[in-house]
Write a protein that binds this ligand. Structure first.
Ligand SMILES: C[S@@+](CC[C@H](N)C(=O)[O-])C[C@H]1O[C@@H](n2cnc3c(N)ncnc32)[C@H](O)[C@@H]1O
Length: 289
């Protein structure tokens, strides 16, 4: 079999090259989603897992099936966007926020109106709800009654429907203390439902970080385990976009395996290298998304 070595060391059989191009176009047309922005190696690996698990001989056959079955296209979309998450994912990062960053942000925000946070690539909601729980605890502990709001965006509409429902299985609460489960969740037949107090702090909205960023001033942007799937160029572009959505001295938190890229290193200083927390310094980057 002839194999073409594509960029990022992905492997695409020559006979499938047309199908990969056609599939990318289908995603743009039907889902408004640009696969080009993602690491090709990663996308191809997942696509071929699907090709095999659906019993197709090659990508061409799977593409023909996909173009006639919108439900399979939706399924592949969800499979490629990878929604894995949990409450207080990587607990030390949340501990750091709650101990060091949130009290300071709330102190600074006193008399200045609402504190704005943004969880970009929020998946089924565990991350923005964790931020809200952590901020509610900070407010109580430090007696700082500062209003706050968490904007939570994701490109996947279906996952956002789950996030808005806000009902979770017991295993996704494993990083929470019993007392917090009692305080911030209601046990129901279907699972554990996020309390109204927490829900009211979070707004979910569809959004693609590559195309539309909210534009308002945030004190903290949390974007974890999403940039890792983008090409280097797009990681840099998205982080530059974040710099224009942060207020003076605002914070950016990335995932454990993610870091600043290229020129972005000049505009942020590292606050916690282990927890991947950075703070804006100087002016935001000028180029637009
Ligand atoms: C692995 S999850 C990470 C969830 C959460 N941030 C965490 O760390 O637990 C990645 C999320 O990013 C979303 N996503 C992928 N591409 C995106 C894009 N271009 N814009 C916004 N969200 C995107 C996916 O739908 C998925 O829900």
């Amino acid at each position: 079999m002839v194999v073409v070595r594509t960029s990022e060391a992905g492997l695409l059989p020559e006979k499938d090259a047309w199908a990969f191009e056609a599939l990318k176009e289908l995603f743009v047309r039907e889902k408004g989603f640009d696969l080009e922005a993602y690491k090709e190696r990663c996308i191809l690996r997942r696509i071929y897992l699907k090709v095999r698990s659906r019993g197709h001989s090659d990508l061409g056959a799977y593409y023909r099936f996909l173009s006639r079955h919108p439900e399979e296209l939706e399924h592949l979309f969800q499979y490629l966007t990878i929604n894995v998450t949990e409450f207080f994912r990587n607990p030390p990062a949340f501990e750091y926020l709650e101990r060091k960053i949130f009290p300071r942000l709330m102190e600074e925000q006193r008399h200045r109106g609402r504190l704005e946070l943004w969880s970009a690539g929020c998946s089924s909601g565990e991350e923005p709800y964790s931020l809200a729980i952590s901020l509610l605890r900070t407010r109580k502990k430090h007696r700082l009654f500062v209003p706050f709001h968490v904007l939570a965006t994701d490109v996947d509409r279906n996952i956002l429907a789950r996030a808005r429902r806000g009902v979770y299985g017991r295993e996704s609460l494993k990083n929470l203390q019993e007392e917090d489960i009692r305080l911030f969740f209601k046990e129901e037949e279907r699972g554990y439902s996020v309390s109204n107090e927490v829900r009211e702090c979070v707004t979910f909205r569809t959004g693609d970080v590559l195309k539309d960023q909210p534009g308002s001033m945030h004190s903290l942007i949390v974007c974890r385990n999403l940039l890792i799937y983008f090409s280097r160029e797009n990681q840099e572009r998205v982080i530059s976009g974040f710099s224009r959505n942060l207020c003076d001295g605002g914070y950016l938190m990335l995932g454990k395996a993610e870091t600043l890229i290229g020129r972005n290193r000049l505009y942020f200083q590292s606050v916690s290298p282990t927890e991947r927390i950075y703070r804006m310094r100087g002016e935001p980057l000028a180029d637009s998304l």
